[in-house]
Design a protein around this ligand. Structure first.
Ligand code: HEC
Length: 241
């Protein structure tokens, strides 16, 4: 019986994979996909600050309106800058050849970035730009060395310096130190980046909210059925022994 219970628990409890961060400790994004207000803020940040360079070519505006609890009119008025058709996907404003010329590399499509990199990596990346005079845009990134992307939120976050310490002759990242203040406090900026990360996680797998709700129902059903099965077994065998 004990074995049966252990096997059952192991079958229903999901195991979580760990995303690699290249030796840097990733901060936990701690997103809540049930929080529609957070996802809506994230969507706004995405279209205002990212869509100029990055597309999300698998995400349609009307699907987003439905999933995030917004009317199509709201989405049209506030979130659509690169098209006026609600059934369109989130295309980029910039021409690819311009991007290649300006950044030396094409800003990748971000539809599935949360799945390939993981949400903790994204959250750490968005908060991980630091001053580096040797880079074309004057910034580097702690989880993406020599990144070709500028620090989009420098006004909000401010500029930070990375402190490295010497461990066995190797330079290892230790901490950040703010060198010029932004318009947001650290807590505010972290919350804002959490919203954006949540939105990127959502577009990576729009079905995941439904999937999670369904999963809970399935587990409740299985637990219920497990009890019924045991009771039934007892009933069947009670006259045999
Ligand atoms: C000015 C153009 C520009 C804007 C605006 C911009 N990015 Fe980027 N981004 C780039 C470029 C260029 C790269 C490619 C960097 C490289 O490969 O070195 C990149 C890379 C990235 C990557 C890493 C992709 C990978 O290969 O893993 C992520 C994640 C990312 N951007 C997210 C964002 C988000 C989120 C926003 C909105 C806040 C944003 N970017 C805004 C230009 C931009």
């Amino acid at each position: 019986m004990k074995k049966l219970i252990i096997a059952f628990v192991m079958a229903v409890v999901p195991t979580f994979g760990m995303a690699a961060g290249g030796g840097i400790n990733l901060d936990s994004a701690d997103i809540d996909l049930g929080d529609q207000a957070s996802l809506q803020r994230g969507a706004k940040l995405f279209v205002n600050s990212c869509l100029s360079c990055h597309s999300a070519q698998y995400q349609r505006y009307n699907r987003m309106a439905k999933d995030l609890g917004m009317s199509e009119e709201e989405v049209k008025a506030n979130l659509m800058f690169t098209t006026d058709k609600i059934g369109d996907t989130m295309k980029v404003a910039m021409k690819p050849e311009d991007a290649a010329a300006w950044f030396g590399t094409l800003p990748p499509d971000l539809s599935v970035i949360a799945r390939s990199r993981g949400v903790d990596w994204l959250y750490t990346y968005l908060r991980g730009f630091y001053v580096d005079e040797n880079r074309p845009f004057g910034v580097n990134n702690i989880v993406f060395p020599d990144v070709g992307m500028p620090h989009v939120f420098w006004e909000q976050q401010g500029m930070q310096k990375a402190i490295f310490k010497d461990v066995d002759g190797k330079q290892v990242f230790d901490s950040f130190e703010l060198v010029s203040k932004g318009t947001m406090s650290t807590e505010e900026f972290d919350g804002t980046m959490r919203d954006l990360t949540a939105f990127l996680s959502y577009i990576g797998e729009p079905i995941q909210m439904e999937r999670k709700a369904l999963g809970v129902k399935v587990i409740i059903f299985l637990l219920f059925f497990f009890v019924v099965a045991i009771m039934l077994k007892k009933e069947y065998w009670k006259d045999v022994h």
